[in-house]
Design a protein around this ligand. Sequence first.
Ligand code: NAP
Length: 488
Amino acid sequence: MSITRFLIVGTGFGGIEMAVALQKAGIDDFVMLEKGNDIGGVWRDNSYPGCSCDVPSHLYSFSFAPYKGREKRFPPQQDILAYLRQVATDFRLWPHIRLNTAVAQAAFQEAQKRWQVITASGEMYDAECVIFAVGQLHRPDFADIPGRQDFLGPKLHPAVWDHAVDLREKRIAIIGTGSSAAQMLPSLASVARSVTVYQRSPGWILPKPSSDFGLLSRLALRVPGTHYLYRKSLYYGADVLLSPVVRSRLLGRAAEAVGRYHLRRQVKDASLRLKLLPSYPIGSKRILFDSHFYPALTRSNVRLITESITQITATGIETANGERIAADIIVFTTGFKTSEFLAPISILGRDSRSLNEEWASGAEAFMGLAVHGYPNAFIIAGPNTFNPAGSNPAMKEVQVAYIMRCLRWKQDTGADAVEVRKGAMEGYREWLDGKMNRTIWPASVNSWYKHESGKITNPWPASARSFAKMMRIHPGDSFQVVGDLGKR
Ligand code: NAP
């Protein structure tokens, strides 16, 4: 049994932010458990051709290690992963990291007021606090399409990419037209014999600037302070202009007009355009930022299929009109299991309660980061904290800062364990429901923002600034001591 003060589960942006905050507070007694063979979370898992981030790195980086590239506005996946590794080195995190260590169960021990964590290989950890930072987009969903197992060729997923599979001169089928499909299509189409893209519903796509900075920007970024100003302008720009499109139909319509213009400019074929025009309000699903997907769809070796898939066969895909299209490789860009937060970890709190059971019809947590009945446990990137229109590392930094304040408050009170109050959770739920009802999501199409019950479990319904403002509350207003005060 290994004993530690703080146990962080996950080493993506959230886990690393948490560990750096502990280091900065002079706390060295922590362990980071990582199920993968490297750190980096989604930036380790998603290595498909063309993978990049559609949020500029000046915004998509830590405030304590801001991106200062002058060449690339949107660096490729390998650069983002290298950045995270560098941060881990700079902040001396590697000695704390245990790779290939998946957590199977975490159980709160009432008598000791500590967490006992068991890994998939049976190792045990005893920790004062557990911080889950496993993200929302880490469990691939291959989609339950009949016949999937029958297909004889390679079956790929953006997060499970087999680089040994030779794509050259192959007939590739891509199922799905989300961000991952959009990013990979140009690369795949440039080497494959043919690519058939199966679209169930088109996404709203807004133009994405070039990945490289132009000469003027490069020169401007030499001026002291411009990196900081650029980062701030991206933060406020996204928060003021993009975030409200899910709450204001006026802004939504303006964004849709930009999307339609982008489509008209890039696709000259009116019948193809019609297939690519969404019939639901922008923002209902995550908006795509892309300037290469539409042109790639117009290539002679690319075909867009909008007939629904009836089954996958040994050699290809069959659609509702009876057409059978042969494929050598199928890429399932069908998304992730996003609404089962923290699964497959079994989490047991006070009085033998099970978080997995409590969340069966949709996860919820106070400000996305704490649940009544689960003392000394925190979540980063928990329910309703995904910012669909800005920087998620920035959202996580706010959560980490609040968790740090909770930990300081716990220490100041001398408590062995603290948990969020039931009333605070209920009050927050009421506020969240009211806010959610003013967005387009309750009446919108299904997406990975929603649990199958219809509950909206993933996105944050307001601005990033309001999230930061709400997180300024004192922990003592919402948390309570569990049991007797400790002797410290
Ligand atoms: P996704 O956005 O969930 O898209 C899944 C796609 O698969 C959708 O087009 C969906 O159609 C389709 N699909 C799902 N099940 C299907 C089925 N049974 N039959 C036919 N089509 C099916 O997945 P993703 O593209 O991997 O992206 C996931 C998230 O990762 C994104 O929303 C984004 O937040 C993140 N991401 C970010 C970046 C970035 O640059 N920041 C890049 C890639 C991914 P429907 O729309 O009809 O459901």
